[in-house]
Design a protein around this ligand. Sequence first.
Ligand code: ADP
Ligand code: MG
Length: 339
Amino acid sequence: MRYAARVIHVLPPHVARLIAAGEVVSRPLDVVRELVDNALDAGATRIEVEVEEGGLRVVRVRDNGVGIPAESVALAAVRHATSKLPPDVSAVESVTTLGFRGEALWAAAQAGHLHLVTRPAAQVGAAEVHAHAEDVQVGRTSAPAGTTVAVSGLFGALPARLRTQLPPASEVREITALLGRYVLHHPAVHWRVTVDGEARVTHAPADHRGAVASVYGPVSANRVLAVEAGGVRGVVSRPELTRARRDRMHFSVNGRPVQAPPELEKAVIEGYAELLPAGVAPLCVLDLTVAPGDHNPNVHPAKQTVALADLPGVAARVRSAVAAALAAHPLARLAPALS
Ligand code: ADP
Ligand code: MG
């Protein structure tokens, strides 16, 4: 049978749907990332994330962003429905939002139960949607301006998927680390992260240094220098604040926290020149701005790896921005002798 020629059949829609949704949402962390991306795309200045039982019981994200107009709410959880791309092929090359595929809410509603409540500030009364699989119910309610999306009972109908999930404590660790990166790269937002009812991350609007304080504590925050040159913004640590691993080197590209290519980490280290002892890494939080057409966030469904069209050029910008920041703070040069 194994080597026999076999007929091809088209999968029933509900099976195809679950497989496709699984590409976008395969674990609670994916739901957190997608909902937070939506809140940032909505211009929120306040984002609250609640996670229960490792996110399998519920992931809830509340924002004070622009909301969804009542007449569009029924489309929010429809596949390939988005407000972020005009229906025009050329627009795909110039997306500036974190989302653009119109798949996240749809996928969340396949993997679990989606409840969305939303109200644009100028609209009287809020709209709500309950969505699960093909069942979508729209209603009216009242709510503050902004949007709250809750995804509950993730993978309740998919025992095999449920069995392969990390233990809740491990998933929470990764979710908290991810949200820490969002805080670092979006420090002007008021963040609050609650895990099983307990506050894990709170961050009041600040600059990058303030975000380092929220995530790594005031000692680290007092040892960073501002970087701002050539489309590279953020902070780097003074040379005395080093790590054996590169685990505190953070990059975002056009607002999206990304897994940086090693070339960019290397460029930062080169920016220190002889100031940094060999084999150690600094702390850095760097937001890179590139032309929308110069990077492709599509290489991975989770959009966490980026393909930069001009990686050497971006690396050169990073190297010189870091070098300039260190040169502007002569104390940074004395610091190793003082510590
Ligand atoms: P995408 O973000 O790729 O457009 P989603 O499935 O994540 O797809 O969301 C579908 C649409 O729902 C978005 O395009 C947006 O119009 C709306 N939406 C989702 N979340 C929010 C939110 N938090 N605030 C405002 N609008 C939202
Ligand atoms: Mg989205």
